[in-house]
Ligand binder design. Sequence first.
Ligand code: T4K
Length: 400
Amino acid sequence: MTVSENFSLFSGGAPAFAQPLPVGQLYAPEWSEFEAAMQGIFERRYYTNHGPILRQLEEALSDFLQVRHAICVTNATIGLLMATDALGLSGSVIVPSHTFIATAQSLKWNGLRPVFCDVDPVTHHIDPEMASRLIDKDVSGILGVHLWGGACDISGLQQLCDQHGLKLYFDAAHAFGCNVEGRPVGGFGELEVFSFHATKVLNATEGGCVTTNDDDLAARLRNIRSSYGAGPPVPVTKTSNGRMSEAQAAMALISLHDHPKIQARNERLFRAYIRGLDGIPGIRLIHPVNVTQSNYQYAACEVDPERFGMSRNFLMEILHAENIIARRYFYPGTHRTIGFNDQANQNALHLPVTEKLSETGLQLPLGARVDESAVARICEIIGSVQESATDLCKARKQVS
Ligand code: T4K
């Protein structure tokens, strides 16, 4: 038997895992709790439009995040669009390219030009020093992105924005339940935007929330969120429908109640990855940075092709054949996606880290679909792929 036959991609044999293991959190509540919540909704016949469960959720979130206002929305993409409008930005906004495309798309929807910033090669976060070099007269704000259960250098960015009179706000889609120097993410900058997508640590199936300590901004957001507004009417130039339904809110409320258990489980899984990947050459697990508490919702790695012995893409293909559905977050860099790729060549020159990460970043499964033994097995497989990398690459050439 040749080395390559140990792997399903080559042998065509059964994968290591019978069911696909996706990367998302994919939390499911106790059925009885969810059923009781749905029964209440059906009895009230009140399905959406700032209903009682939504109001309860907003209060619970504002307590949990220690912030004056939590404005729930359909999803974080809509939240980012509304937030950017509510801030009254103009011209251009500095934003990392190494993020989900929705971050920069929210600027485009608002007629603003994203100025793509590179990220720190170790932390993957936007760096205040790099951002400072991009400030010119046209720039009106910085949209920071907290990644991988960590946070940006918030104080560094705030200082920079204060110096230049810029507005600072955050895409906090990855940072629900994270603390920075003991303070929850949610109350920093002008506002922060969370995602409650099914793949995130707080699950509303789809959902999100904009948080702020600014009463005027909150009032504008509540009036932008639906065409008839909610709360005292204040002048806004656009309205939308970014409401969260009662069913979404019910799911989020149960998920919020279970958050301590989910966070603790994530942390155990993350530690299992630390143990399992330790000593495998060429693969680096990204640890959450700048936080005193992480949600540990992601196992983001970087694959160094030279030291690992093969490319990230080939490793991913081998893992997929074993039903380990690892993903390339974020591929390609946002500056190479629709709407921005006309500038790609020019921008690529200034974004060497982002360019590299789009070729080396790999997200491994961490969430409800894996337990510690599955994580140990995933790491074992990655370790044996690395040990056999030379043979596997040769076998690949013979096949193709
Ligand atoms: N900012 C940042 C930094 C973000 O990462 C995101 C979203 C946003 C803003 C915008 O937030 P939202 O508007 O989504 O609230 C996913 C998610 O759809 C997206 O929420 C997330 N970030 C992005 C990074 O990843 P995909 O297309 O890569 O993954 P998806 O949804 O196909 O799910 C991953 C795996 O989970 C798949 O193997 C399938 C599996 N899965 C997924 C869902 C939804 C399930 O088994 N069950 C499910 O219900 O986008």
